[in-house]
Design a protein around this ligand. Structure first.
Ligand code: HEM
Length: 175
């Protein structure tokens, strides 16, 4: 049951490891920040929206870099967990992250533009900002962000489960 099955000396490329770590920290900041901003008056949140958008664009840039790095560099084999279903689940959770990160960033940018936030930041006036119900990409932005947080929990639970059951610290491959 606890027999080592995976070669943990083979790591992802340095670019993948660094962008993975920074992205994880940024996502954990951006999600609560987005939820917190939702309840604020527009006049109170312009500064936070600017920070949120800048951090979000950094996440998008890191995701593009990681996607290129993923295909360009040799990578360790997919993890074996002892269950075919879990092997596939782990790969799919990883794939879902890439799709969601792009979807969240694109809908965030669309919200900035269509919601009038970009214009407001440029001119310093908030009159052109629309109400949430009038900004179509905002709902998908929030929904995708929530699905990503659920995936993140599954990602971490998978790591902990593997650590306990297989006694393999798979983080070594990505740190
Ligand atoms: C991984 C990256 C991101 C995460 C996890 C994230 C998360 C969130 C969340 C949870 C909300 C609240 C929405 C809701 O609950 O309905 C939100 C709102 C928002 N986000 Fe993001 N976001 C990210 C990236 C971006 C990017 C790249 C931009 C724009 C460049 C952006 C712009 C906005 C704007 C304008 C709002 C609306 C704020 C408001 O009016 O209250 N986000 N975000």
């Amino acid at each position: 049951m606890t027999k080592v099955q995976n070669d943990l000396t083979k790591k992802f490329s340095k670019t993948t490891r660094v962008t993975h770590g920074i992205t994880a920290l940024l996502i954990l900041t951006l999600f609560p920040m987005g939820k917190y901003m939702e309840g604020l008056e527009i006049s109170e949140k312009m500064g936070l929206i600017k920070v949120h958008a800048i951090l979000g664009i950094i996440v998008l840039t890191l995701t593009i870099i990681r996607t290129i790095s993923f295909f360009k560099h040799e990578r360790p084999e997919d993890l074996k967990t002892g269950s075919k279903f879990n092997d596939k689940l782990a790969v799919w959770i990883h794939n879902i992250f890439y799709f969601l990160l792009f979807g969240i960033a694109i809908s965030g940018l669309a919200t900035m533009i269509l919601g009038g936030y970009g214009e407001a930041l440029k001119t310093g006036t908030i009159d052109m900002i629309k109400s949430h119900s009038e900004i179509p990409p905002l709902k998908p932005h929030g929904i995708m962000a929530t699905i990503m947080m659920i995936s993140l929990v599954m990602h971490v639970v998978g790591f902990i489960k593997h650590l306990i059951l297989k006694k393999e610290n798979t983080l070594k491959r990505i740190l």
